[in-house]
Design a protein around this ligand. Sequence first.
Ligand SMILES: [Zn+2]
Length: 178
Amino acid sequence: MKAHPSKPCLVSLIGEITTDDLVPDGNGRPKAANFKAWFALFADSVASGSSSARLRSYLKNTSREVWDYVNWLTHAKNAAYFDAEIGVAITNDLLTAVSNSWLRHCAGQHPRCGECASYSVIAGQCHACGWFDESSVSPELPAISPEELEARLAEPCTQVRPTATHPDTTDGLTEQAR
Ligand SMILES: [Zn+2]
């Protein structure tokens, strides 16, 4: 069975979130390929404290389950079409949770509108009344060298696959992902 596209996607995800800042002082750095250990450190970082306990638990448990499922899928001889579709769906859900957890972490805990007290404040702007927080600071993006940027853009990171709902979609899997 060819490699399921979710596997390189999860490996890339670890490449994106892995920094020494995640490793607590005095602790050893997990091996680069240790998805579960790195993801647990990421969850501890973006969802720390008692008020984030449910999110932290969700991120850790879900990431372990998704990783185990996708690994099973890669090697399973009896996996069928819908097993692969489920692999794509649960990987997509994990990426969405990771993205929003990261944005939540960058935004700080429960930012509220200074005008109408709405919780719908994203990137310093209230989506309910339009108020803008002048003290809002955009998160700093990691610096990427021109060579690294060129290498990242050389391969598409969005893979278009035929699905049950869109069976006519062109199979856009890269050779690398097969
Ligand atoms: Zn408002």
